[in-house]
Ligand binder design. Structure first.
Ligand SMILES: *[C@@H]1O[C@H](CO)[C@@H](O)[C@H](O)[C@H]1NC(C)=O
Ligand SMILES: *[C@@H]1O[C@H](CO)[C@@H](O)[C@H](O)[C@H]1NC(C)=O
Ligand SMILES: *[C@@H]1O[C@H](CO)[C@@H](O)[C@H](O)[C@H]1NC(C)=O
Length: 346
């Protein structure tokens, strides 16, 4: 397993990596709302508002000298399956909100500030400029309704080598290829312990090394796993009601936080040799992983932290372009705990 993802990548590595990938397609970054545990109901009911927010002296997030995304970031969405216009609009507006500095605080651009505080060896910060580039639509499910980690790379290959429609540009320096699968598509390990992940494509499969992320719409398959707290699992009992989602679409509103998680991690660790904690680059613990399930002050363990309530009764924690969103916090390496724009003490 170790040989598959060593820190440095000589040319032959890619061939080996391709073969390894065929043999074991292990997730690099599973995302789930609850870190390593089922929520403890007692905890949720009586959680004291302590300053937890993931803080720990034991967490050693380190920089491993690899590149990060310091140039203007372009996100290339690949809409796989049947997406409605309104669903696309919610996701596009979230991505465009990242650099929309005029949103009312607490804002998505305020949330991105924590990500911007990460630098590379030269001291250059992660870019504050994130925008949407060319898009691809794959309404005919060209690689089927059940994708593996390998076939995901093939979907991206199709998008960057298309000949009957314009291919997506090749942008290995500051591109984020974002594969979004609609609610009737299953992806390997989806719903078990994974709601999304990021990695980079192999030249042996795609022809280029391109950082990419996948996020699935869990609306039909497992909203209580991947769209919590807009949907709540049965085992949590009657005391827990799902909260209303800010854009009236449980699956898509649930995806927003996962998309945020993956873009933040991809920007700080695009080739899985930059910012992560832990000794094992096969299972790096990244800036989003450290704050899974934390959306506000006091969050941690199994408590989401303090969120906000809109006039329409929806729950959210930040404002973007024309909309509200609920987005998990990310690890702040300066203060050594998770931070977000809706923190009560800032
Ligand atoms: C849940 O958390 C409470 C308080 O933190 C603790 O007393 C209780 O034992 C926990 N229950 C389980 C099942 O872990
Ligand atoms: C990056 O984005 C800023 C703001 O939109 C723009 O002024 C600048 O020219 C861009 N830089 C490059 C290299 O594209
Ligand atoms: C760049 O990173 C440094 C170090 O974390 C931080 O102090 C600074 O505020 C960051 N700059 C921006 C524009 O985020």
């Amino acid at each position: 397993m170790d040989q598959c993802h060593r820190t440095y990548f000589p040319a032959t590595f890619y061939l080996l990596a391709g073969i390894c990938l065929l043999l074991l397609t292990s997730p690099v970054n599973g995302w789930r709302p609850w870190p390593n545990q089922k929520p403890n109901t007692t905890d949720l009911l009586y959680s004291p508002s302590k300053k937890y927010e993931g803080s720990s002296d034991l967490i050693k997030l380190k920089y491993h000298m690899g590149p990060v995304l310091t140039a203007n970031i372009t996100v290339y969405p690949i809409w796989y399956g049947r997406w409605s216009k309104s669903q696309k609009r919610i996701i596009r507006e979230f991505i465009n909100s990242i650099s929309a500095v005029d949103s009312k605080p607490p804002s998505v651009s305020g949330w991105w500030k924590t990500v911007q505080s990460y630098t590379d060896q030269t001291g250059a910060n992660i870019s504050g400029n994130v925008h949407i580039g060319a898009e691809k639509t794959d309404r005919s499910y060209s690689h089927g309704k059940s994708l593996t980690r390998l076939s995901i790379q093939s979907v991206i290959k199709s998008a960057v080598t298309a000949s009957t429609t314009p291919p997506l540009p090749i942008n290995s320096k500051s591109g984020v290829y974002l594969l979004l699968t609609c609610d009737d598509v299953y992806v390997e390990n989806f719903c078990q312990d994974v709601c999304g992940f990021h990695y980079f494509t192999f030249p042996s499969i795609v022809g280029y090394t391109l950082p990419y992320a996948w996020v699935g719409n869990s609306g039909k398959l497992c909203p209580s796993v991947c769209a919590y707290p807009f949907s709540v699992p049965d085992y949590m009992g009657r005391g827990f009601k799902a909260v209303k989602s800010p854009n009236n679409d449980v699956g898509v509103d649930g995806m927003i936080s996962v998309i945020a998680h993956e873009i933040a991690e991809l920007s700080t660790n695009p080739l899985v040799n930059a910012w992560y904690a832990g000794d094992d680059p096969i299972f790096p613990v990244e800036i989003g992983d450290l704050c899974e399930g934390i959306y506000g002050s006091g969050g941690g363990g199994s408590y989401t932290g303090q969120m906000l309530n809109g006039e329409d009764g929806a729950t959210y924690n930040m404002n973007g372009i024309r909309r509200k969103f609920l987005v998990q916090w990310v690890w702040n390496h300066v203060v050594n705990y998770c931070t977000g724009p809706n923190a009560l003490d800032q």
